[in-house]
Design a protein around this ligand. Sequence first.
Ligand SMILES: *Cc1c(COP(=O)(O)O)cnc(C)c1O
Length: 395
Amino acid sequence: MASDTGGRRPVPLSAPHLAGNEWRYVRECLDSTYVSSVGAFVGRFEEMVAARCGVRHAVATTSGTAALHVALLVAGVEPGDEVLVSDLTFIAPANAVCYLGAVPVFIDAEPEHLQMDPAKLAEFLRGECGWRDGVLRNRRSGRRVRAIVPVHILGQTVAMGPVLELARAFGLAVVEDAAEALGARWRDRAAGALGDIGCFSFNGNKVITTGGGGMIVTGRADWAARARYLTTQAKDDPHEYIHREIGFNYRLSNVLAALGCAQLELLDGFIENKRAIAARYLAAFPPDGPIRSLPEAAEVRGNGWLHTVWVDPARAGFDSRGLLRHLRANGIESRPLWQPMHLAPAHAGRQACCGEVAEQAYRHCLSLPSSVDLTPATQDAVIAAIRSCPPGTAA
Ligand SMILES: *Cc1c(COP(=O)(O)O)cnc(C)c1O
């Protein structure tokens, strides 16, 4: 990091905070010698996440991406099907659709909170799809449309009311990507537990971490059983090595689950801290300013994962990438949003329902340091550094 921080440590975007029973549980795990995928912590972690989300079943996986892959499979997505995915997202859910030989169609974000826009979803389903022999098909491609993947980005959630209504009306499965939204709530329900099946990630930069890991949650016993079967190589006999299907080695290890149990015990405190950080940024950069905080939606209580601002270059005198470079020079990490999926070379040629909002957000937004242990003094320094960004710092 840059040297002009006066000897201070760089301010990370969102650093893991290992402040509870992590050492104790990992030691317990090592002492037991059950370090692999058989062991008490995996089951315990699954139960804790299920309880936290208010769902019956949870299946731990090696990553959030693996969780998405298996959740889509369990939800009935087949090769050649189409799946409607948020355009403004980390690439994992779009890739997971492709792992199945299915095809993502990208749905633009709404301009206020940058989540999947239910109006665009409705526009696509009503305007571009039709029923043929009881099967919903995209008229342009002729492919069957099978599922929606609303991605709850930045610790907030998609406006699920209309999404769930559309899913019901069009007979689509809802596979939530709640990788960034553990602990976030929509109305009185947990992100991940709003659709048919939900996925979490415990990667290093998420709200809680196991170093790497994921989880599938669902209220459906048959889907949970199938997810468990598929994530453990689809083994059909407890003793013999007999397999009816092609499964995956996606089971989380007990060591990592031990970390997860300890981290989950801390989640409420993490969210409290992160929400306080978000509130201070919101006060400094209100939603009508040249650098404006993304507001929280009325029905949502976010987890504060990454506080994000929209930089208006005409009013601020600098743009988001100029600000990013200025902060970096001051030892402060910040992060742009993801290139929208319809622009990603990896997904070139895919159909998208608009994408203008996602493009604007990609261009103008920046996520600010939101670590659980960010002190008010350090946050004040971050805010001062943003305010001191010289005009004309444009990309
Ligand atoms: C992190 C993330 C994932 C992938 O999780 P991994 O555990 O890194 O595989 C998927 N979707 C979103 C929105 C994410 O932010």
